[in-house]
Write a protein that binds this ligand. Structure first.
Ligand code: BMA
Length: 313
């Protein structure tokens, strides 16, 4: 192992843990999964599956240990429904799952690929079999969104990433009813110039609620002559005013290094959309898309990430 590199996440030796070859039906690629722990301790991944036309849908995979022996739904779990939701014309992508205790349901926030680019859509489910769609809640161009698990004051809060080309920052918006959104606040800006997170950033998995604040893993997109590099950074936000950034790491802490991250449909991409927390409340299993082709797992500690942020923020 290269001791010069930050050591916050350890790749699982079985990586990539899921590929299109594992799928029960034909697929081009499987990547960018949302994740949650079901009440019985089963890990559920809601995977983005890109079919051979290029359009994506979502498919659930379940495993007792979150590593192998995946039971994959034999049919797509959530397909785009462009007849009822024309915003899903070109597919649905990159989900984030948040369990919402007040509603006793899982919120799934995903990208709807509309005729005018990506927008943010919301659906709820109790069981990952039946889904109630709310439709697009943030119009294009917007993506990389997740719902916070409970209200802040009286309002639900949604983190998302609208684009005001050529730059794209993280915003947070509030709603009393989950359908009408306002009080839009800039949460964190992409840096400029040579920085690893210059010009375009976005939320990766949903924020992690800790005693010190909302711990956010975000991606920075660096444009280079050879294409984009997607790397991960950390930031901490106030628990009661989540648009207020308490700390932001200057350096990335995870980057594409392994062959399955460097090569694929889109090389040099690590793109997590979900994590699970072990019963110790500290061990994090981060699930990420590797090179827009497969699904990989990296394991870390929330406490160690917070300590790193103290030193590097
Ligand atoms: C982003 C999203 C992700 C994708 C990444 C790299 O903009 O579209 O779905 O993994 O680009 O291609």
């Amino acid at each position: 192992m290269n001791q010069q590199l930050p050591d916050l996440l350890h790749r699982h030796k079985l990586n990539p843990i899921l590929t299109a070859a594992d799928w029960p039906y034909p697929a081009n690629s499987v990547f960018n999964p949302a994740a949650t722990l079901l009440p019985d301790g089963t890990t559920l991944l809601l995977c983005r599956v890109e079919d051979r036309r290029g359009l994506s849908h979502l498919c659930a995979a379940r495993s007792a240990n979150g590593v192998d022996q995946w039971q994959i739904d034999t049919q797509p779990t959530l397909l785009p429904d462009p007849d009822s939701f024309p915003e899903e014309l070109w597919g649905i992508e990159d989900p984030r799952i948040t369990f919402v205790p007040e509603l006793n349901q899982y919120a799934i926030v995903y990208t709807a690929f509309t005729r005018d680019g990506p927008g943010v859509a919301l659906a709820f489910t109790k069981d990952f079999h039946q889904f109630e769609r709310y439709g697009v809640i943030m119009p294009p161009e917007d993506k990389d969104a997740a719902l916070l698990p409970h209200r802040i004051g009286n309002y639900w809060a949604l983190i998302h990433r609208p684009v005001s080309a050529p730059r794209a920052h993280m915003w947070i918006s509030y709603s009393a009813d989950l359908r009408h959104w306002g009080s839009h606040k800039l949460m964190m800006e992409a840096r400029r110039g040579a920085w690893w997170d210059a010009n375009k950033i976005g939320l990766s998995p949903p924020p992690i609620e800790t005693a010190k604040g909302w711990l956010v893993i975000y991606h920075g997109v660096r444009q280079t002559a050879a294409g984009a590099i997607y790397r991960l950074g950390l930031a901490l936000f106030d628990l009661h005013t989540p648009e207020h950034c308490l700390k932001r790491g200057d350096e990335w802490f995870f980057r594409p290094e392994e062959s399955y991250e460097l090569q694929g449909d889109v090389g040099s991409v690590v793109f997590p959309c979900g994590y699970t927390l072990a019963p110790d409340g500290d061990t994090i299993h981060l699930y990420y898309g590797a090179a827009d082709t497969s699904i990989a797992l990296a394991i870390g500690s929330v406490g160690t990430m917070l300590d790193w942020l103290e030193q590097h923020g």
